[in-house]
Design a protein around this ligand. Structure first.
Ligand code: NAD
Length: 476
């Protein structure tokens, strides 16, 4: 059994769970510990005990530890990327790229340890100095989703440690191997016991324990909107600091003046790569009528060239869906799209491969409207839909007509429309002539409306969540 890591020691779980390769369900990657409520409580107690000391720890020591972790991740990116693809199903190049991103994030936050600034100001009253400083929040409970098994944990763990917080992390049940491997690296970085704790297990057990224990000062969650709402209610109910990243129904507008090759590239990458299992996926392709026929024809042509297969196979463009239940959800929505009157212009059927896996040919619906369920609800699979638009204004109105607000994109050669769109898209991240999925790690990540709650993740903006501000007055 791959063990949990609590208070500086590896410990068996109350039970274990098999980690299954979605490209080949006969391939069991390993058995991973599952904590019960009692073991989770021990981890919380360890983190709480370590927090005061770690909050005052030397920033050079923190920087060196994070840099060492980042270097090892980068040095082992091929091995760890292969493991990631084996457990999650994204292609090996995508898996390696994600691991490299995780390494870069640790190295970025290694430097951020040295850059935490405060302010010293004159007072409005006589004989006083005022200082504004940032302090760690304390113990941070991290609850992660399955679709970025190492990048999302890393972009929460690295800033948490950098700014002097103790960490409890619960990876998603489907993908424990990547965080386990990351934990093994972190366990050799010289952090004091209790500063970093891996608690694998169920959301309803481990996640709930993080949410309801007052010693957990802050919760950083990424996952579905349904779970996010429960997490928010529980955390706010006891006044814990909380940051929630959820789903999307991200529009990509294609205007008549777009470069067709750029539009198809953005749409195919954004809608279907990583098997469409990205919160920033372009799940609504809103296409102006003048370019609509050419765009649909070019999309079908491009999709026909893509290879669906084993995530570790050479030349594979699209790996399997993550598990049976996600596949069932994708197939259900493909059925809903047909019933709603959309045209299934490409794919949408199971693909037989040499191994038993959850393979699905990317599905493209055309003739959709923005009020269909397939245009409003997050499917989280390789299912794209094309919605015709009469004009830029019509396209923009439909793009913003959604309960989500994570990413929003446009393909156009018009400076006027690009500029207008950047200003008026109701989303946390706006993309012009690039796919809606794919971001930098040194700038803020997050959304608006039903996609996000709380302060932004990543880059220097991460300090907003992982620190708390103190104002000190001193008579002189
Ligand atoms: P999920 O909500 O099912 O699970 C997320 C995590 O929450 C898991 O670790 C799970 O064990 C835990 N959990 C489940 N129930 C819980 C409970 N009652 N209390 C506490 N924790 C609980 O999401 P998922 O299926 O793992 O991930 C897919 C979703 O994540 C999609 O909706 C996707 O859009 C979203 N996502 C968002 C972003 C973003 O940054 N906005 C990034 C990646 C994924």
């Amino acid at each position: 059994m791959k063990q949990n890591y609590i208070n500086g020691a590896w410990v068996d779980g109350a039970s274990s769970s098999a980690n299954i390769n979605p490209s080949s369900t006969n391939d069991i990657i390993g058995h991973y510990a599952q904590a019960d409520a009692q073991q989770t409580e021990l981890a919380i107690a360890a983190a709480a005990a370590a927090a005061p000391g770690w909050a005052l720890s030397n920033i050079q020591m923190r920087a060196d530890a994070l840099d060492k972790i980042g270097s090892e991740i980068l040095a082992r990116k091929e091995e760890l990327g292969t493991l990631l693809s084996r457990e999650e199903g994204k292609t090996r190049p995508e898996g390696i790229g994600e691991v490299a991103r995780a390494g870069a994030i640790f190295k970025f936050f290694a430097q951020e340890c040295l850059r935490l600034r405060g302010d010293k100001l004159p007072s409005v009253r006589p004989n006083l100095d005022v200082e504004v400083t940032r302090e760690p929040v304390g113990v941070v409970g991290i609850i992660a989703p399955w679709n970025f098994p190492i990048a999302i944990p890393s972009w929460k763990i690295a800033p948490a440690l950098a700014y002097g917080n103790c960490v409890l992390i619960k990876p998603a049940e489907l993908v424990p191997a990547s965080v386990w491997a990351l934990t093994e690296i972190i366990s050799r970085a010289g952090l004091p016991p209790g500063v970093f704790n891996l608690v694998m297990g169920r959301g309803s057990v481990v996640g709930q324990a993080f949410l309801h224990d007052r010693r957990v000062n802050a919760i950083s969650f990424t996952g579905s909107a349904a779970t996010g709402a429960k997490v928010a209610a529980a955390a706010i109910g006891r006044m814990a600091k909380v940051q929630i990243e959820m789903g999307g129904k991200n529009p990509l507008i294609v205007l008549n003046d777009a470069d067709l090759a750029t539009a198809v590239n953005c749409a195919v990458q954004g809608s279907f790569f990583s098997t469409g299992q990205r919160c920033t996926a372009s799940s609504r392709l809103i296409v102006e009528k003048g370019i609509y026929p050419a765009f649909v024809a070019a999309m079908r042509e491009k999709l026909a060239t893509l290879t669906v297969g084993d995530a570790l196979g050479a030349g594979v463009d699209i790996g399997p869906v993550v598990d049976q239940s996600q596949l069932d959800q994708d197939m259900e929505y493909i059925g809903i799209g047909r019933e709603e009157g959309a045209t299934l212009a490409f794919g949408g059927e199971r693909v037989e491969c040499a191994t038993p896996g959850f393979f699905l040919r990317p599905a493209l619906f055309t003739d959709c409207s923005n009020d269909m369920r397939i245009s409003r609800e997050e499917i989280f699979g390789p299912v794209g839909m094309v919605i015709p638009a009469d004009s830029y204004e019509h396209a923009l109105a439909m793009a913003n007509d959604t309960e989500f607000g994570l990413a929003s994109g446009i393909v156009t050669t018009s400076l006027k429309y690009a500029t207008h769109f950047k200003r008026h898209a109701e989303a946390g991240m706006v993309m012009v002539n690039v796919p809606t999925a794919g971001v930098d790690y040194h700038v803020p990540f997050g959304g608006r409306k039903g996609s996000s709650y709380g302060s932004r993740e990543q880059g220097t903006y991460a300090a907003e969540f992982f620190t708390t501000v103190k104002t000190a007055y001193c008579g002189v």
